[in-house]
Ligand binder design. Sequence first.
Ligand code: NAD
Ligand code: MG
Length: 353
Amino acid sequence: MTARMYYDADVDPTALAGQTGAVIGYGSQGHAHAQNLRDSGVEVIVGLAKGSKSRALAADAGFRVENVAAAVRAADVVVLLVPDTAQKAVYDAEIAPNLRDGQLLMFAHGFNIRFGRVQPPPSIDVGMVAPKGPGHLLRSVYTAGGGVPALFAVEQDASGTARARVLAYARALGATRAGVLETTFAEETETDLFGEQALLCGGVSALVKAAFETLVEAGYQPELAYFETMHELKLIVDLMYRGGLNFMRFSVSDTAEYGDYVSGPRVTEGAKAAMKDVLADIQSGAFAQRWIAVQEAGGDEFRQLRGRDREHQIEQVGAALRAQMPFLNPVVVREGEAQAAASAPAVATGSPK
Ligand code: NAD
Ligand code: MG
């Protein structure tokens, strides 16, 4: 089965002509949606809480900034880009009471619809454009003339224009320059959570740490172990990004390629069964329930886990080595804030949520 891809030429941008977008939240995704939409000719209002620290940023970028309720009332399209764990509260208090028939409520990730946290009335359109990349790239790639690929979905079509408007939204973000494909809120949410847990964030981090620890515990130098297990990973991933596993294997030595075939599967023995368990917990809602409960209890477990890994030896060793490589544009993360240590533009910060 081959998915149908949609590109610029397949999408009518006039489906959003004369419409106003309210971008709620001005973080990683919010700033990129607001700026790309505006540059594509869509009128944008940024909706933020009264005391929000993002207000100054959005105003400096030239946006009209309103309270969330006022932004929703003034808009035809409302896109909810506050953190997933905050969406229910913002939706219930500020958005739901101000919705009117025929408005389009947009998401960049299906979590709150898939797990029933946000329940829009049947009289509005509900859609999603989920960029397959961090918000800062969504903006920088657009400015450079390209686009970040995305998934789109229509959950409700009350107006009869939902699909056309969602596609036009994807085009205004620049996503149809790279290609977008249709999905459902359930498919996007489940595959997104699975990807970040089993592979992109969780699986890769666990493999890197395990390989680093194996070398250090065997008496090898930690600095060498860092270069081998974390620094080189990017070089390998860049090859895969450009030409798949085939190009990576074409570029590495025959010895590396042979070792890949015979030892890779030894390292991941049992991994696929574990991945199936991870997927089952996502599909059943067990993961979502656990994560929501942690947040509602104040987030202690989350902070503990974060603190534990932040102190890992690979992070200490890596920070010192990266500081000597300013051409990498190294970033130092403290208390949840990312700060570019070098002055080069920070285009690739943010997480692949
Ligand atoms: P974020 O953490 O960058 O923050 C969003 C913004 O929301 C903040 O900057 C602030 O302006 C506002 N905000 C924060 N807490 C709030 C609160 N309690 N109440 C009201 N407003 C608050 O968020 P994000 O990573 O851009 O995520 C937004 C949506 O985009 C989520 O649905 C996420 O899953 C999705 N998404 C994110 C990425 C990514 O690259 N980060 C990629 C694809 C999809
Ligand atoms: Mg993702």
